[in-house]
Design a protein around this ligand. Structure first.
Ligand SMILES: Cc1ncc(COP(=O)(O)O)c(C=O)c1O
Length: 373
């Protein structure tokens, strides 16, 4: 059996090596390392793929959020509602821009933003909601968009973990993660479902004037060279990364199938184990399984099961060990029960496009062995 990794980037690269190598070589030959034709081509292909009118490449997923919020130009102190059970990027950007994160709960089964919690937190200073489509499926956007419309709030979707996931509205319309709010952001960090070979990110927007502002902010606040209209940043997607992503985008639906195959096998394997909860599928969303995250009934067992898996050469990770409001940098005096319980009891298993049945079965058997002993 090949060694098990959380994500296997080498074997995936080797599967597409010829195409990727020649895409990189073409950029090297062209010398257009910044703003080469592959960047515009990727933006166009991603717009077609997602259904977003505009896609703007940028340097990483955190920058995508920063540029999005800079383009909105919210007054300092504006409140933005976002889950406490999440990656730190949203909180970090809000703090940097002197905006105030207001943390909402997630629904424990799906780990997704709880719309009821969002609504309860809206106050006179609330200006935006940032749903995070965690682990690979969409938050309940119909309700979130209704709440936002009622209170005239912006919606910035963080879809770093869910590119390609579809949400179905009650009228049957479907839309992709990142294209339902005013702005969507994503990351092409190597381990992401659509990952490049360095840092990368993109912003989705279908509003003409907002997209223009986003482009301007990401390019030093200028539309015309040396005419800086607003304070901006330098956040570009490198041509080499765009060339790699153009190859990988062609296979993104295959990646999604492979990940779902692993998740379905895990689900089956863990169905009859007591004390372990498999991840719930959201009712209105497809799942692209960026992560496969289990919840232990007895949180005290987490360290020992992870140590047992490690002894058996199975890596596992905790996404995320602390609520954002308990992080030193973003401390806030609040307590949120489902969030804290999840932080104490979840762990994620390896899931990627290169996993073999033998590896999956081995992992299932070791988890079972531990919990049944
Ligand atoms: C939900 C979420 N948002 C934002 C980011 C930030 O992306 P990047 O690492 O490209 O800055 C990540 C990356 O892990 C993420 O998982």
């Amino acid at each position: 059996m090949q060694p098990i990794q959380m994500v296997d980037l080498q074997n995936q690269y080797h599967r597409y090596k010829n195409e990727i190598d020649s895409a990189i070589q073409n950029v090297l030959d062209s010398g257009a390392f910044i703003k080469g034709k592959e960047v515009a081509e990727l933006e166009q292909k991603l717009a077609e793929f997602t259904g977003s009118k505009y896609v703007i490449g940028c340097a990483n997923g955190t920058d995508a959020l920063q540029v999005a919020f800079m383009a909105l130009n919210l007054p300092a102190g504006s409140e933005v509602i976002t889950p406490a059970f999440s990656y730190a990027a949203v909180a970090e950007v809000l703090h940097l821009l002197q905006l105030k994160p207001v943390y909402c709960e997630v629904i424990p089964g799906t780990f997704l933003m709880d719309p009821k919690s969002v609504e309860s937190l809206i106050g006179p200073n609330t200006r935006a909601i940032t749903p995070v489509h965690l682990y690979g499926q969409c938050c309940d956007m119909e309700i979130i968009l209704d709440i936002a419309a009622k209170h005239r709030l912006y919606v910035i979707e963080d879809t770093a973990q869910a590119i390609g996931a579809f949400y179905t509205f009650s009228n049957g319309n479907k839309a992709q993660a990142g294209t339902m709010g005013h702005i969507g952001t994503t990351s092409f960090f190597p381990s992401k479902n659509l990952g490049c070979y360095g840092d990368g990110g993109a912003i989705f927007c279908s509003d003409d004037s907002l997209a223009k502002k986003i482009k301007m902010v990401a390019n030093h606040g200028q539309e015309i060279k040396y005419k800086h209209e607003v304070v901006g940043v330098n956040s570009r997607l490198d041509t080499i990364q765009a060339a790699i992503l153009l190859v990988k985008l062609k296979y993104l639906r295959d990646f999604e199938k492979a990940r779902n195959n692993v998740a379905n096998k895990y689900d089956e394997g863990f169905a009859a184990i007591s004390g372990l909860k498999t991840p719930e599928r959201a009712e209105n969303s497809t799942h692209v399984f960026h992560q496969y995250t289990l919840t232990l009934e007895d949180a005290a067992k987490r360290d020992t099961i992870m140590a047992y898996l490690k002894e058996n050469q199975i890596p596992s990770m905790i996404y995320y060990p602390l609520p954002l409001y308990q992080q030193q940098a973003y401390k806030a005096e609040i307590k949120m029960q489902p969030t804290e319980q999840l932080c104490a009891s979840v762990f994620s298993l390896p899931i990627h496009t290169e996993m073999t049945d033998i590896q999956i079965e081995y992992i299932i058997s070791k988890v079972k062995e531990f919990l049944n002993s």
